[in-house]
Write a protein that binds this ligand. Structure first.
Ligand SMILES: [Zn+2]
Length: 1011
């Protein structure tokens, strides 16, 4: 998406011709920024312009030798390649790639958002695009081009370095910072995005100047916009006569000199901001080059003219790809400043334009995107296990891969910077949601097939497995029962509780050995005819088990001996009005587990304090809902919208009274708090349920206080936050994560204007506050905005509903009138900083990848609990980030792959079902924990033994396209004279012992093969 400021154009005329001492070389990079969604759906965009971009660009490049183009978003390219391109187009594309005139940049399915995406999903979408490009063309993208994401994360440069990129490019950073960098010629630097990986994964980074990725939109001699001779894309249909709105004046004898002057002035102005005499001149903008013929014809004439008068102008111009530009800069051999692991978040364009609203926009979509991602994660590892154990099993492999590919595509797509950000129009949000839902349904069909079909082929496999069944079978002794399969997708042993909704008030839960497991049943909060059944599950890494839930019709006389679920009773407390609070902190009600004592204040029905029982440390904690009232009238001040959060004053408490219920239990104790907007309201406005797990002493689950919120539909122009106020002395310093990969320290800053909004940060997986003795951590299963605005406080923005009368917002339907009800979940942990720093990373992943629970009919196959599900367990500090069968057909050997492409091998090569993609990541930073931060050696053969016998391992680049040992990235000179460390020892198949040492924060990628 694009905002063009007209005043930028006016600056053009202030620079005189004599400023440049040496001849300036402008590299004109033709590009089209094609949002994969935003205002229009992918299908609408393909029809109106995207398809024409590739057809007409390929035709125009084929016609005239010197022309070039960079292709960015792969989703559009792939749709064009598969559905539109003719054989001639395809042949030309290969030719243009060979000549280096067409270049794939980034290579991901989309240009992913950097603030609210999870690192796993960023890797997924990059891998998805790279896999296609490498398989189809043998090309491996080498440059970043993150021109539009709203702020830049320090994780992205690390991922791009790991993927083999030689340089990176960003654009949207804070306006005052950019001003500064521009003035001081510091827009280019070498970025070390990870404090642990440091120079090993550094990358040269170019920040676009104030003109950003669009060509200047202002022409001093014409009231039409910039260098866009093909005008503006027309929706829904392209015009029949090829005449688009707002086509700029053609380059003719009359306009040639005027155009040349304008372009040259602009080039010279930009040259002042860079250390070399080369100017990256992006030529294009959103939705450009759908009529490449008129674009190039005009620009050819203009460039020829400037070059013919280069002595006069002091400038030469040439078409270039991004590689041409970076190569030129690299060859200067200059030394560059080093930037540490600071990111560029949040991002403001003006004093009142803080782009921190989108951290919380469309909370439902953000939640579904993450759920889809974790379902994909589970389905990938389960299918991999199945394939290795039963290569000839009845779950058809092409069918299975098809289901996985659909979900990979949908999860990749929504990572777009107008996707998961929530900055799209309602119909585009619906499109993402539909693709995600379809993908998830397919993955569930796959899981069901794996769980339910017999493991070997028989004649009787034509039935469709039934899942999600609520029908309850009655067995011979007349006991109602239901089967539940639970899969742990993490490569760690997990001990936790799960929750299913049932229709009976009594239950017995048995594991697959027939042993009763601890369980608890209680009246559901949502419905008077439903019950919540909680039971404890113990699962090895990547293991699944079946549990049988029986519903006896009579109570068991012998009580707990028969293993019946503990029937928990709901205790209701009188509703308390804020106006009547008097003696707070006197009558406290404790709720305990083995790790914590929570105290609730009976005067307020709010949380009062939490004691860490291990360390005997008490922290005052109060939690409640607050609201910001947004301004919707552009004439009376700055507004809030999809992108922007403008706190119009301070937040105010969103309730006048609070009711509470406590359900003391044996598996969980539940505290339900209901917040009423007005004292006399019958229905509550907000609720939070806190679950305190019981019986998990010494295990991770003991430390988690699970909170589920119910928020919405909101009143118009409200932004709702859940505030936690503590006795911690954090000086408003907050720690938030970059994409779940690393933590950033956020010191509170005071600004002349807009201080609240500019102190908001994205939380993807984790955020915490701390002082010398205590830390309070929040973990999240979807992204939110988060801030610490006063001492000891942390607030999470859970939901936003907005409307404003700004023309631009109304025109595109981007006001965020989101009337949905959202139900996000946070896990809260409390303890000493040192105790929690060893726990929260693993805990965050346990939240993201909670066990997959699948209620089923009785399976058709004989259930063998000791079947193929042996556990796979990694050390606590290592996470199995990926275990999947990508289905790529290319040879892992580059030379062989190119040879096969050149001999037309692409069309008849088959998907490889034996190549397994494995990623293992170290969760800790150097020095973060005395034990867990250590480099860790694992033997891949041993670790994977639960799945099968590993015969071969090859280390690859992040997205699989390079053999690690063959990857030689450009090195860039820096002003810091550190001895450049060697790349961390890579693991090659020539190492026969299968041992690999994984260092802090490394993400290691392998192809592995099983016997
Ligand atoms: Zn965009």
């Amino acid at each position: 998406m694009v905002f063009l400021s007209l005043f930028l154009g006016l600056l053009l005329m202030t620079v005189s011709e004599n400023d440049a001492a040496e001849r300036i070389e402008a590299l004109v990079i033709p590009h089209s920024h094609m949002d994969v969604g935003w205002v229009y759906t992918v299908q609408e965009s393909m029809h109106a312009y995207a398809s024409n971009v590739y057809s007409s660009v390929v035709e125009e490049l084929s016609r005239v030798k010197g022309r070039k183009f960079i292709a960015v978003e792969q989703e559009f390219f792939r749709l064009w390649w598969v559905n539109v391109a003719t054989d001639w187009h395809k042949k030309q594309v290969r030719q243009l790639l060979n000549e280096g005139r067409l270049e794939f940049i980034i290579g991901g399915q989309v240009m992913h958002d950097e603030a609210v995406t999870d690192v796993d999903d960023a890797i997924l979408q990059l891998t998805e695009g790279h896999g296609f490009l490498y398989e189809t063309f043998g090309v491996r993208p080498r440059f970043g081009w993150h021109v539009d994401p709203f702020g830049a994360s320090a994780t992205t440069p690390v991922l791009f370095a790991l993927a083999g990129f030689d340089a990176h490019l960003i654009s949207r950073i804070d306006y005052d910072l950019k001003d500064d960098m521009q003035k001081n010629k510091k827009l280019q630097f070498v970025w070390r995005g990870s404090p642990s990986l440091k120079e090993k994964q550094e990358i040269f980074t170019h920040t676009m100047d104030q003109f950003s990725y669009c060509t200047p939109s202002y022409l001093p001699f014409s009231n039409r916009s910039g260098f866009y001779w093909n005008g503006v894309a027309l929706f829904p249909d392209p015009p029949k006569d090829g005449v688009y709105p707002n086509m700029s004046l053609p380059v003719t004898k009359e306009t040639l000199e005027l155009y040349a002057q304008t372009m040259v002035e602009n080039i010279k102005q930009r040259a002042q901001w860079f250390r070399t005499s080369h100017v990256l001149w992006p030529w294009g903008c959103d939705k450009q080059f759908f009529n490449a013929s008129v674009q190039f014809t005009n620009m050819d004439a203009l460039m020829n003219y400037i070059n013919a008068h280069s002595d006069k102008y002091g400038v030469t111009v040439q078409y270039a790809t991004l590689q041409d530009y970076f190569q030129t800069v690299h060859q200067t051999n200059l030394s560059w400043d080093v930037r540490g692991n600071q990111d560029f978040l949040p991002y403001s364009t003006e004093p009142f334009q803080a782009w921190t609203g989108f951290y919380g926009s469309r909370n439902v979509l953000k939640g579904v995107a993450r759920r889809a991602s974790s379902l994909l994660y589970a389905a990938e590892s389960l299918f991999t296990r199945y394939r290795i154990s039963f290569p000839e099993g009845p779950v058809q492999r092409e069918w299975a891969l098809d289901k996985l590919k659909t979900l990979r595509w949908a999860v990749s797509e929504v990572q777009h910077h107008d996707g998961i950000t929530g900055t799209e129009s309602p119909k585009v949000a619906d499109m993402y949601m539909e693709h995600l839902m379809q993908g998830m349904m397919g993955a569930e069909e796959l899981l069901a097939a794996i769980f339910l079909l017999p493991q070997t082929v028989s004649n009787d496999i034509n039935h469709t497995p039934q899942t999600r069944s609520t029908t309850v079978k009655t067995n011979s002794v007349n006991v109602l029962e239901q089967h539940v399969i639970v899969y742990n997708p993490l490569a760690w042993n997990v001990s936790t509780y799960i929750n299913i909704s049932v229709a009976y008030a009594m239950a017995v839960v048995l594991d697959d050995d027939g042993k009763a497991v601890p369980s608890q049943i209680q009246q559901s909060m949502e419905s008077s005819t439903a019950y919540d059944l909680f039971f404890v599950v113990e699962l090895g890494g990547l293991q699944y088990r079946k549990y049988i839930v029986q519903f006896p019709q009579l109570p068991c006389d012998t009580g707990s001996v028969c293993g019946a679920a503990h029937a928990a009773r709901v205790v209701r407390f009188e509703k308390k009005n804020v106006s009547q609070w008097k003696r707070t902190g006197r009558k406290l009600l404790p709720v305990l587990n083995e790790c914590y004592k929570l105290m609730f204040d009976q005067e307020t029905n709010l949380l009062h304090s939490i004691t860490d029982r291990r360390e005997k440390m008490r922290v005052r904690v109060q939690q409640d809902f607050w609201e910001y009232e947004a301004n919707g009238d552009v004439h009376s001040g700055p507004i809030s919208d999809n992108y922007i959060f403008t706190a119009n004053g301070s937040a105010i408490p969103a309730y006048k009274s609070v009711a509470m219920e406590i359900v003391p239990g044996k598996v969980v104790s539940e505290i339900r708090q209901y917040f009423y907007r007005e004292e006399e309201d019958e229905k509550h406005t907000y609720s939070v349920v806190t679950r305190v797990p019981l019986g998990f002493k010494g295990r991770l689950a003991c430390f988690r206080l699970e909170q589920s919120y119910k928020v919405g539909p909101l009143e118009m122009n409200r932004e709702t936050v859940f505030r936690t106020r503590t006795s911690l002395k954090n000086n408003r310093t907050l720690f938030t994560d970059n994409n779940g990969y690393q933590m950033m320290k956020r010191t509170h800053k005071t600004f002349v204007n807009n201080t609240v909004a500019r102190n908001y940060y994205p939380m993807v997986r984790a955020a915490y506050i701390e002082d010398d003795s205590s830390r309070v951590v929040f973990l999240s299963e979807r992204a939110h905005g988060v801030a610490s605005l006063s001492q000891g406080q942390l607030e999470v923005m859970l939901h936003r509903r907005l409307w404003n009368n700004q023309e631009w917002n109304l025109g595109y339907n981007l006001t965020l009138n989101d009337s949905s009800v959202v139900r996000p979940v946070l896990w809260m942990m409390l303890g000493s900083p040192s105790a929690l720093s060893s726990l929260y990373q693993q805990e965050a992943l346990e939240l993201q990848h909670r066990p997959v629970v699948m209620p089923i009919d009785q399976p058709q196959k004989q259930w063998n609990p000791r079947g193929f599900v042996q556990p796979v367990v990694l050390p606590q500090n290592l996470h199995m980030q990926t275990l999947s069968i990508p289905g790529w057909s290319y040879s892992p050997d580059h030379t062989q792959h190119l040879h096969s492409l050149n001999s037309g091998g692409e069309t008849n090569s088959e998907m490889d079902f034996d190549r397994i993609l494995l990623r293992i990541t170290h969760l800790y930073e150097e020095g973060e924990d005395p034990v867990l931060s250590q480099p860790t050696v694992i033997n891949l053969k041993e670790v994977m033994r639960g799945i099968g016998e590993v015969t071969q391992v090859q280390e690859r680049s992040l997205t699989g396209t390079w053999i690690k040992s063959e990857l030689k990235r450009w090195s860039w000179k820096t002003n810091e004279s550190v001895l450049k460390g060697e790349q961390t020892d890579f693991f090659s198949s020539t190492t026969q012992d299968f041992n690999v040492t994984i260092y802090p924060k490394e993400i290691r990628t392998f192809f592995i093969y099983f016997k």
